[in-house]
Design a protein around this ligand. Structure first.
Ligand code: HAM
Length: 426
């Protein structure tokens, strides 16, 4: 057996898992202020949820999905993202009846069979929101502002990030533009890479994402959807930008921002961070007003974003942000010898039952190494239980910060410990 996690996956060890849980708390607190409620969908879905939702011609669907047959020969896929699942669930459970709206957030692992590199994993973690039922451009600005505020709350200085926005148009203006772009690509076939040429038929907009320098030079001359938006899309986009201005959110318009999922209509956006190398998008999203209809549901506008945990953490590291460690033990209960083992055992439990983080030794350590362990855990107080004190119904409480010691009646231990801990405003 190979004792190694599969390629493109990592174990979230305590130091990293602590940051993930911290970001989750930041998200929960912040998203609640904007009216979002949690939703958890299955990690796998019927494959069709993604092929229809994300689009057959996208990289995600055409080459990155973990698809398998279950024992009853159903085709299932590990979710590569959260939006398709949330919209599927909203339709299935009628979360957005006509005229209603829903604001939902989620967090969890996503799976894409990509070539692993810094900030690009095969199993990665996202936190995302989806706002369903709202077509007004004010919600676009609100959702974008929320993503900006999240990264600020995570401690990443806004000077380290760039917010890019664009409009992808809709079913009225995009098809004609797509044709025009496909024709442009065909006309420049000789100067473009094979991949871009293939994209002319399937997904011409993705040619803007090609990293090949020659393709980039050619695509810099390509017609832009921004200049071909229909009146409604143009007005909507203008209002989104106006909303961002109103909120004082700094953004850059990037007419070549196309994003890799087919469901987008109108507003798309991405936040990039400094110091991350090629995979610098820490979060992104957009509007998907036709997605619920794709699943056979009623016309229901929607938009949202997802942020990548690994990349957010890299951006936090680049900015020198540290997450405070929670105390693993506020109190360490030490045993002078085995005769007091039961007293130590129950005192430790009583402290925990009273809401205090307490730890004791389970490895038959000497008193000296129990003290060392108390230091390692950064315990603020050590309760020392010796045979004579225990016989008198007492223990010694040592304040590790001042080294002061006091004899305390066992019956009085909880209030005394509580008072000593609170003295430190903890
Ligand atoms: P996405 O741009 O594909 O959008 O992914 C969102 C974020 O997930 C990216 O900005 C990046 O930080 C992170 N990410 C994506 N792929 C990887 C990977 N292989 N390794 C590590 N991190 C990764 C979506 O997923 C859409 N569902 C966003 C959305 C929500 N649009 C509307 N609502």
């Amino acid at each position: 057996m190979e004792v190694r996690a599969p390629k493109g996956t990592v174990d979230m060890l305590p130091d990293v898992a602590r940051v993930w849980e911290h970001l989750l708390r930041v998200a929960q607190e912040l998203f609640a202020r904007y009216g979002y409620e949690p939703i958890y969908t299955p990690i796998f879905e019927h494959t069709e949820v993604f092929t229809r939702g994300i689009g057959e011609a996208t990289d995600i669907v055409s080459k990155e999905m973990y698809t398998f047959l279950d024992r009853a020969d159903r085709s299932l896929t590990l979710r590569p993202e959260g939006t398709a699942s949330v919209v599927r669930a909203a339709l299935e459970h009628n979360l957005v009846p006509k005229g209603a709206a829903a604001k939902l957030y989620y967090a969890g692992a996503m799976f894409r069979y990509e070539r692993p590199q810094k900030g690009r994993m095969r199993q990665f973690w996202q936190i995302g929101v989806e706002a369903l039922g709202m077509a007004e451009p004010s919600i676009d600005a609100e959702v974008i502002a929320l993503l900006v505020r999240f990264f600020e709350a995570a401690g990443i200085p806004s000077a380290n990030t760039r917010l890019l926005v664009n409009s992808m148009g809709d079913e009225h203006c995009r098809p004609a533009y797509r044709e025009e772009l496909a024709a442009f690509i065909s006309a420049h076939a000789a100067d473009l890479c094979d991949e871009c040429n293939r994209r002319a038929d399937t997904n011409p907009l993705r040619a803007f994402d090609c990293k090949n320098p020659t393709c980039r030079t050619v695509m810099a001359e390509a017609p832009l959807l921004r200049d071909r938006l229909c009146e409604e899309c143009g007005t909507h986009y203008g209002s989104v930008k106006h909303g961002l201005d109103e909120l004082g959110i700094v953004y850059e318009e990037d007419p070549s921002l196309v994003r890799g999922l087919d469901y987008y209509t109108r507003t798309v956006f991405e936040i990039q961070a400094e110091g991350l190398g090629a995979q610098n998008a820490i979060g992104g999203g957009g509007r998907y007003d036709r997605l619920m209809e794709e699943y056979g549901g009623p016309s229901t506008p929607g938009l949202g974003f997802a942020l990548g945990f690994e990349r957010t953490m890299l951006a936090m590291q680049a900015a020198g942000v540290t997450v405070p460690e929670l105390p693993r033990a506020e109190v360490y209960v030490a045993r002078v010898d085995d005769s007091v083992a039961t007293t130590v055992f129950s005192a430790c439990q009583a402290l925990r039952d009273a809401g205090i983080a307490a730890e004791m030794d389970h490895q038959a350590r000497s008193l000296k190494s129990q003290f060392k362990q108390a230091d390692r855990l950064s315990a603020l107080l050590t309760v020392i239980v010796g045979p004579e004190e225990a016989a008198a119904g007492e223990v010694t409480v040592r304040d590790m910060r001042t080294r002061e010691e006091a004899r305390v009646a066992l019956d009085d231990l909880i209030p005394r410990v509580d008072a000593l801990l609170r003295r430190d405003h903890r």
